[in-house]
Ligand binder design. Structure first.
Ligand SMILES: Cc1cc2nc3c(=O)[nH]c(=O)nc-3n(C[C@H](O)[C@H](O)[C@H](O)COP(=O)(O)O)c2cc1C
Ligand code: SF4
Ligand code: SF4
Length: 277
């Protein structure tokens, strides 16, 4: 029985949740590996033998910049099959097209790719879903993950196809996104509700936020993942003038601790505790 490694990136938990669900239903052993922890640590990255998956959200018709960089670095020479799972609001195909392109340029193949609709977290454009819709979409995504796991296990070469025109149109936005995303954080600020709890710092996958018990300060290494704005327990983070009246969302089964595992902070804290006198 083939084992599986799923490399994941998540801003608000959807992609981690779907990766976990797929892992739960796949035969053999499945290991979930956070891309941010690997990328933040640097060094050599080699996938083990077996199936290798990538789970991540679509951003403006492409993968998060860190996922694209990871795809340019990871050694897949031992991988037996590869697949991608893209979580999205409504159109995610263009994100796996791009991932496939990156892997093919390096002489690798992407054997299958799936998109899964989950609650949209991009509150700079639209609001969060009403609660009933949110629950419905999450439940449908959970079911979809089971179907995807069966398809992966069967070794099918499936490439889920969503709305072609929308995928094409959002795909056109990606070069702009890729240029601007890192500077996204310029417009973030914490309003008077901030109590300096540090959660925003803890959930950031790129360690782009500092503050040490004070109001947060954003750096220039943003992925536009929206983790900070959605996980703030006091809804104190705003982006320009677009978010004060908007709701906040993160997947109910993904915690701040999970986000700290993702960035590698959890391991660093453990190491610090162990080496303390
Ligand atoms: C910067 C950004 C851009 C996004 N662009 C798209 C998009 O082009 N198409 C789409 O369907 N959803 C888009 N979304 C929505 C997310 O892909 C979707 O909510 C995803 O499930 C979030 O996954 P996560 O919780 O793992 O971060 C975007 C979200 C963000 C933050
Ligand atoms: S998570 Fe919110 S309340 Fe806590 S420090 Fe950050 S902005 Fe302030
Ligand atoms: S600063 Fe906020 S949006 Fe940017 S990478 Fe960190 S958590 Fe994500």
């Amino acid at each position: 029985m083939m084992d599986t490694t799923i490399y994941y990136f998540t801003g608000t938990g959807n992609s981690l949740f779907i990766a976990r669900e797929i892992a739960r239903h796949l035969p053999g052993e499945t290991t979930l590996v956070p891309i941010p922890a690997l990328m933040n640590r640097g060094g050599e990255m080699k996938a083990p033998p077996g199936r290798v998956g990538f789970a991540f959200p679509v951003y403006a018709g492409g993968p998060p910049l860190m996922v694209a960089d990871f795809a340019r670095r990871i050694d897949l020479s031992a991988a037996e099959r590869t697949f991608a799972v893209v979580t999205m609001g409504s159109a995610g195909d263009a994100a796996y097209w791009r991932l496939k392109g990156i892997l093919e340029e390096r002489g690798y193949t992407l054997d299958a790719a799936y998109t899964v609709a989950m609650p949209n977290n991009y509150i700079l454009l639209s609001d969060v879903y009403p609660e009933v819709q949110e629950q419905k979409v999450i439940a449908a995504g959970k079911k979809e993950a089971e179907t995807i796991a069966a398809d992966i296990a069967a070794g099918n070469r499936t490439f889920t196809k969503g709305p072609r025109v929308l995928n094409f149109a959002t795909g056109l936005l990606y070069p702009f996104f890729a240029r601007e995303a890192r500077r996204h954080a310029k417009k973030f600020y914490a309003d008077d509700k901030c109590n300096g709890c540090g959660t925003c710092e803890e959930v950031c996958p790129t360690k782009n936020i500092s503050g040490a018990g004070m109001r947060p300060v954003w750096g220039t290494n943003c992925e536009a993942c929206m983790a900070c704005i959605h996980f703030c327990p006091r809804n104190a983070i705003q982006w320009g003038r677009k978010t004060a009246a908007k709701g906040r969302y993160h997947h109910p089964e993904v915690s701040v601790d999970d986000m700290m595992v993702q960035s590698g902070r959890a391991t660093e804290r453990e190491d610090e505790r162990e080496s303390a006198p």
